[in-house]
Ligand binder design. Structure first.
Ligand code: HEM
Length: 430
């Protein structure tokens, strides 16, 4: 069925596509050019997908107010991630990433972060060189797997096998390397499906070990296992493992990348770094927020399932089912008001901007989102970043080996920027 038109029809950015469907070089620059040519609200067609982009203050506010039932973030995320992940991972999930933040959960995750940090320091030793983003990624794997993948998941050979599998399965490739997704589709996702079986083997066997182990240390894993308790053994093991796999791929990689940028920025700002080392946890949290804001490369998307209206300020658009409504954080976060291109942790007061008087709408700037889909992991992610940067900076003198600030992967369209190349620091014990 042909797609119904938006009424009144916004300008169409002819020939502009997204990197899943055609080579675009820098994905953010391509949308910026379309905005410069067509204004704050325009449409584009990429492959078989039809996007309505909006950047106007009212348009962005309306975007964050869209009801999930009619304009779905869940469906948009699924359509994005399935470019990379095997279909089997999505079917029949019983515990989703949204249910990770019940009372007491975060305290448990942060305990696992402490253990993961201790292990990281032991691995690093007294001196050497390390890639910042490889280090934070491994730390993220260790904390996450300890928190939800069952007994022993973050130790020894099991940890190494799971890291290798999850690095292959990495769902964030769908938006970090969108230009690689055609090859993933052409391969039949063979490597990803094999990696998923490795996860099933290791996590499945942890289901049995949980019975003899201390459940309080594995509260989330125990919840996942309980949700499959009445199934035959093979169904139970696979169901638990796929729940764990989707939670891990959907959650951890942005946190690891944001932590990497927080370290990069603090190495660039020795005064703030010294205050963080001296124990200023409030500053450390504001630094983490500020680095996350600047590293945002997220496309925020909603798949329209039933008609919605979108007030964009100079028009009220009737958007039929089948469209994807979207906005792009890197085109708002650093330009929506004066001075936003600078790293300045003092602009934050707890989780909010201290002064929004220079902004046409406070919703034009964000690190963790606005409205009903605001990241439920924000307090946890900020606490984890604060603890990790404080420990690393207090333990080591870190000397960047890069000569200019690392830059993001140009084709990336979604999530927190990934560095486009090695980002090496030399470290020695303080
Ligand atoms: C620094 C790291 C992180 C950043 C910057 C971040 C950012 C965001 C943003 C901007 C959104 C809203 C997206 C939208 O409206 O379309 C979001 C939603 C979400 N995030 Fe995070 N996130 C981070 C870490 C995590 C972690 C570690 C988890 C899980 C363990 C997580 C779970 C979720 C979930 C489940 C949602 C969807 C909420 C909903 O639809 O109601 N996030 N995140």
């Amino acid at each position: 069925m042909p797609l119904a038109e938006i009424v009144p029809a916004p300008p169409l950015a002819v020939g502009v596509g997204l990197p899943w469907d055609q080579p675009v070089g820098d994905a953010v620059a391509a949308i910026a050019a379309a905005r410069a040519a067509h204004g704050d609200t325009f449409t584009l067609t990429s492959g078989r997908d039809h996007y309505l982009f909006t950047f106007s203050p009212r348009g962005v506010e309306s975007f964050y107010g869209l009801p999930e039932e009619a304009a779905s973030k869940g469906v948009a995320d699924y359509l994005m991630l399935r470019r990379k992940l095997p279909d089997g991972i999505f079917d029949g999930r019983r515990t989703l990433p949204g249910s990770l933040f019940r009372r007491d959960d975060v305290a448990g995750y942060l305990r696992h972060l402490d253990d993961a940090l201790a292990q990281t320091l032991a691995d690093l030793g007294a001196a050497g060189e390390a890639d910042v983003f490889a280090l934070t990624r491994r730390l993220g794997h260790r904390m996450g797997l300890a928190s939800w993948a069952g007994p022993d998941a973050a130790d020894g050979d099991t940890f190494e096998a799971l890291v290798e599998a999850f690095d292959t399965l990495d769902g964030s490739d769908a938006f970090v390397h969108p230009d690689a997704m055609a090859a993933v589709a052409a391969s039949g996702k063979t490597a990803e499906r094999a990696a998923l079986e490795v996860v099933v083997e290791h996590v499945g066997s942890a289901v049995d070990r949980l019975l003899d182990d201390d459940v309080t240390d594995h509260a989330l894993f125990a919840r996942i296992v309980a949700a499959w308790a009445h199934e035959p053994e093979d169904v139970r093991r696979r169901g638990v493992a796929l729940d764990v796999a989707l939670i891990h791929v959907a959650s951890m990689s942005n946190l690891a990348a944001a932590l990497g940028w927080a370290l990069v920025d603090l190495l660039d700002h020795p005064r703030e770094a010294a205050a963080v080392v001296a124990g200023d946890a409030d500053l450390a949290q504001r630094c983490a927020l500020e680095s996350t804001r600047l590293a945002q490369r997220s496309i925020m998307a909603r798949t329209v399932l039933s008609p919605v209206t979108l007030d964009v300020g100079d028009a009220v658009l009737e958007v039929p089912a089948g469209w994807t409504v979207a906005t792009l954080l890197p085109l708002l976060n650093t330009t929506a008001g004066p001075g936003l291109d600078r790293w300045d942790p003092d602009r934050w007061d707890r989780h909010r901007l201290a002064d929004t008087s220079g902004l046409a709408s406070p919703q034009l700037v964000t690190a963790f989102g606005h409205g009903r889909h605001t990241c439920p992991a924000q307090p946890f992610a900020l606490a984890a970043m604060t603890a990790a940067v404080s420990t690393l900076l207090a333990t080591y003198d870190l000397e960047p080996r890069w000569t200019s600030r690392p830059s993001p992967v140009p084709a990336q369209i979604g999530g927190i920027a990934r560095a486009d190349g090695p980002c090496v620091v030399a470290y020695t014990l303080r």
